[in-house]
Design a protein around this ligand. Structure first.
Ligand code: C2O
Length: 589
């Protein structure tokens, strides 16, 4: 692993840009609660235009990434394209123009240097939402109310709630081109920049809250959905007339409705704990696997399978669980364009961010991602003084350098969870008679359950990986499917079972450019142990079960390969992260 060498220097500077009122234009957000309550929640269909049809026909307009990649550059706000905010109605083939101009205000001046977080005296401590004290809750509500008030008193103020929500829409739904690549849009999901982007986003949101209520040590709460005590919508968010309320949620998911982190059938505390263990430990066994695959300048927007285990798992699960299924695009939380309009978004992402800190603590010997395309990826935000600031990934890797930490909450319920086991192995030869050969079955659309025989490179409980290749999805739709190995009882509707290898969840979003086909990989070693696969088995039977919109996902193939540990590329000299200098490891002879 990289050796850590402490050489701590923090230079404090003040961002240069003075507050300005010469902003470009106000912004509108129009998916109203009335629309949602009437069962429509529709985008404004007066703006519907005839589109080009399905996404599949438009593939490979863009070739793969350049050989020499560079880090993703901050967006050019002067070219932000509100018209880019559209999505395609799969049934009609029409382009739906989402009625929200999510481009930020802009006075034409970009920051020259990178933002440096102010020196930290004491750490702000983010509390668990189910343990908020009345005094804290009052502050929190006041902060959100003051942000919402700005929406009407000064819609150009980038600290307003709608403006803050728009940040998310602009970075993930098409309005921003990548600098120098006018045909490629910026997408901050489904790759290694997912965690850093959202950390910076919450950092400024939190500082804005503190600034507005005059309490600079204010810290956002986290929705402790990984703990059985927190697996419910935190009560204050369900009270109508609260600034924390949002009517564009699934209104049946209140009270004692249990969150569903995995979107597997049979919601249960155990299924959630199993999901957490899978994404934090078993499948999330390297920085790349946990955080997401590479995404550099010049790359087309990554597809959902390129996201890390956490993003694809509990993160996506909560989005879908919160969104209103009665709304066409599952607004608010169930679609990335509208997700941040729900105050629960920031509380959810606080826990997502907490998972990153926990993962780092749980995997102290994991190789960190030191690729310069990762470390130097940059974004623009407005800070609490309305200054436009430019931030880099490398400056957010240590949450304490950003001045906050998380209130302690036991993680042992998922750390020590014991997944279901079976004693008697499945009779795979018999099972194989109910399945097709993988080579014949693909490519295929996942309209119905697909069951295939897949050859193993080694017999029995080997260290192998299942690869579901060439996944192409319609990204405007919620997509979910489950993967089972040697399931001989077709128990795919019951509670969590040993044979469930994992699942795939795609939160609907939009990319102007087609996403490249991508592979989903699932580590099999632990699963082989749990299902007690027979020592001389040289095949398995894999079952893919569509849950949501299977007809909008095609799969290129399935194979099993020996596992090769993922080691991130190191392409720079020593780097300094959060005041800590990291030097490349000198290989020992
Ligand atoms: Cu940017 Cu949870 O999404």
């Amino acid at each position: 692993m990289a050796s850590l060498q402490s050489s701590f220097t923090v230079l404090a500077t003040t961002p240069k840009n003075p507050p300005t009122s010469a902003f470009r234009k106000p912004s509108r957000v129009r998916v109203s609660c009335n629309a949602g309550d009437s069962g429509g929640g529709r985008v404004d269909r007066r703006n519907m235009l005839l589109g080009l049809g399905g996404l599949y026909g438009a593939s490979s307009l863009v070739s793969g990434r350049r050989a020499e990649a560079d880090p993703l550059q901050p967006p050019d706000l002067s070219t932000c394209d509100a018209e880019g905010t559209t999505t395609t109605d799969r049934n009609t083939g029409k382009v739906i123009h989402i009625d929200a101009d999510c481009c930020p205000p802009y006075n034409g001046t970009d920051p020259e240097s990178f933002y440096v977080p102010p020196p930290v005296d004491t750490l702000r401590r983010r509390p668990a939402a189910h343990r908020m004290t009345p005094e804290y809750l009052a502050d929190y509500k006041l902060a959100i109310q003051m942000m919402k008030d700005l929406d009407t008193t000064d819609p150009d103020d980038p600290r307003g709630f709608a403006q803050q929500a728009n940040i998310h829409c602009a970075y993930c739904n098409g309005p921003y081109d990548q600098r120098g690549f006018p045909t490629l849009d910026i997408q901050i999901h489904n790759s290694w920049i997912f965690f850093p982007f959202h950390r910076w986003y919450l950092y400024f949101f939190e500082r804005i809250c503190g600034e507005l209520i005059g309490k600079p040590d204010f810290a956002l709460p986290y929705w402790n959905w990984d703990h059985p005590d927190g697996m419910y919508l935190p009560t204050p968010f369900a009270e109508s007339y609260s600034p924390l309320y949002d009517c564009n949620r699934d209104q049946t998911h209140v009270g004692d409705a249990l969150v569903d982190l995995s979107f597997a059938p049979g919601v249960s505390v155990d299924a959630n704990l199993n999901q957490m263990q899978q994404e934090m430990i078993v499948q999330g066994d390297s920085a790349i696997n946990f955080m997401g695959q590479e995404y550099s300048a010049g790359s087309p927007p990554p597809g959902a399978p390129r996201g890390g285990t956490s993003e694809q798992g509990s993160h996506g699960g909560i989005h879908v669980w919160c969104g209103n299924p009665k709304n066409t695009l599952r607004e608010n939380m169930g679609n990335f364009y509208s997700a941040a309009r729900d105050p629960i978004f920031y509380c959810h992402h606080s826990n997502v961010d907490r998972m990153w800190t926990i993962w780092n603590a749980l995997h102290p010997t994991a190789e960190p991602i030191l690729d310069l395309d990762f470390l130097d990826a940059a974004f623009l935000f407005y800070d609490e003084q309305k200054n436009l600031v430019k931030v880099r990934v490398r400056d957010c890797l240590d949450n304490t350098a950003l001045g906050y930490e998380y209130e302690f909450s036991s993680i042992s319920p998922w750390l020590n969870y014991i997944p279901p086991q079976r004693e008697v192995p499945a009779n795979v030869q018999q099972l194989a008679q109910t399945a097709q050969a993988a080579a014949q079955a693909f490519p295929a659309t996942l309209t119905d359950t697909i069951r295939v025989v897949v050859a193993k490179p080694s017999k029995g409980k080997a260290d192998e990986v299942l690869v579901i290749e060439g996944i192409v999805t319609d990204n405007s739709l919620l997509i979910g499917f489950d993967i089972y190995v040697n399931d001989d009882e077709n128990t795919t509707d019951g509670p969590v079972i040993a044979e469930r290898a994992g699942g795939f969840t795609q939160v609907p979003h939009r990319s102007r450019t087609s996403e490249t086909p991508s592979d989903l990989t699932i580590k099999l070693k632990e699963l082989y142990n749990n299902i007690n696969i027979a020592d001389d088995d040289d095949i398995v039977v894999v079952t893919l079960v569509p849950r949501f919109n299977g007809d909008a996902v095609t799969i290129g193939g399935i194979k099993i390969v020996p596992r090769v540990p993922t080691v991130p590329r190191f392409n720079g000299d020593a780097v300094t992260i959060g005041g800590i200098k990291i030097v490349p490891r000198v290989p020992t002879a």
